[in-house]
Design a protein around this ligand. Structure first.
Ligand SMILES: Nc1ncnc2c1ncn2[C@@H]1O[C@H](COP(=O)(O)OP(=O)(O)OP(=O)(O)O)[C@@H](O)[C@H]1O
Ligand SMILES: [Mg+2]
Length: 337
């Protein structure tokens, strides 16, 4: 049975189409990862699931309940840990959790027990009675996670829960998510970290431009890519035309597929090779055309390659492109003034 179900969901903000017919189905007990560059619609999706935002059209169900028809039933079964943390600075962490418990109508004894359990589990004992205004980013993240877990939700939705955390805090959160999963909680988390989704998620989706463009288990998505990945840089090329020439040379080799120029890394090239013995062929082909190899590395396919095949760019390139568009908008606004 699927605990989270979105069908053909559309959401626009004025002229911005944030979701363009999104379909997603998350089985019960699954730890599901949602990847995608900035602006691809992850937060919009999670806010709709959490009843904080209404879709323009489409069907959305959580734990069998329609989020529009029965938002209260959804809220009691779902915990949401938002991307932007807004904590009251005056309250202490404990007071904030108590307030959260009251909002969920938890009995006093249950509330105190849950707060004690979560304080110990998330290693918050030494600072839980300090005011939230004095917390570091990692402390805020942990407190926010505890608030989302207080009412023991069946479904936990987290928007980039480990962004900006040190390795120790990230590991604490990863372990907690694994533990919750083993107890039967269905978890949906968005992330920018390919590694995080790779190690944690049972299944995953890559979003781009308000739609899901790839879906499956991380292992299957990588396996679908077949051969090894090669990253290659040629000594001479420094601009797009030369890298384009090398790209078409390499594309003509039968055993080579998906040759993509990686703009964020000095016009290096990423390619997928079917045959382990293709390296001499690549060398010969380039040398004949007067190019010599500066660096070359070969590895098993990663989620970055899955992303590359789905979108034609790396996650990093997609984000640079978006940042570029923002800069152009900013420039044209300045010019209009
Ligand atoms: N309140 C809003 N008003 C107008 N546009 C919005 C609003 N919220 C989001 N958007 C736009 O909707 C699109 C999707 O945004 P969303 O926040 O869902 O993306 P995201 O995948 O979570 O991005 P990020 O990785 O940066 O968190 C973007 O183009 C964004 O600018
Ligand atoms: Mg977001």
């Amino acid at each position: 049975m699927s605990l989270i179900e979105l069908q053909e969901v559309v959401k626009t903000y004025g002229s911005v189409k944030a979701l363009r017919g999104l379909n997603l189905s998350i089985p019960e007990g699954c730890l599901y990862g949602l990847l995608g560059p900035n602006g691809s619609g992850k937060t919009t999706t999670l806010r709709i699931l959490s009843t904080l935002l209404e879709p323009d059209s489409g069907q959305v169900h959580v734990a069998g309940f329609n989020v529009l028809g029965n938002p209260r039933a959804v809220r009691t079964r779902l915990g949401f840990v938002a991307q932007d943390i807004a904590l009251d600075k005056i309250l202490t962490g404990r007071e904030l959790l108590q307030l959260q418990g009251d909002l969920y109508h938890l009995r006093s004894s249950v509330k105190d027990l849950r707060i004690a359990e979560l304080t110990a589990r998330l290693d918050m004992d030494s600072w839980i009675d300090r005011r939230c205004g004095s917390y570091s980013g990692g402390m805020k993240r942990r407190l926010d996670l505890a608030a989302g877990l207080l009412h023991q939700p069946k479904v936990l939705v987290l928007d980039e829960p480990t962004v900006g955390l040190d390795i120790e805090s990230r590991t604490t959160i990863w372990n907690l998510l694994r533990e919750l999963k083993s107890l039967g909680t269905t978890i949906l988390l968005s992330s920018h970290y390919l590694e995080e989704v790779d190690v944690l998620a049972d299944r995953m989706a890559i979003m781009d431009n308000g739609r899901v463009i790839a879906e499956g288990t991380p292992a299957d998505l990588k396996k679908e890519l077949g051969g090894d990945r090669i990253t290659l840089r040629v000594q001479e090329f420094s601009d797009e035309n030369e890298s384009e020439e090398v790209r078409s040379l390499l594309s003509s080799i039968n055993e080579v597929s998906h040759v993509v120029i990686n703009r964020s890394q000095g016009f290096s090239l990423n390619l997928v090779v079917d045959d382990q013995n293709v390296l001499p062929l690549i060398r010969q082909c380039l040398e004949r055309a007067g190019f010599s190899i500066f660096s070359l590395s070969q590895s098993r396919p990663s989620l970055d390659d899955v992303y590359l095949r789905s979108t034609g760019k790396t996650l990093m390139d997609a984000e640079l492109e978006l940042a570029g568009k923002r800069d152009v908008k900013l420039e044209s606004k300045k010019a209009m003034r």
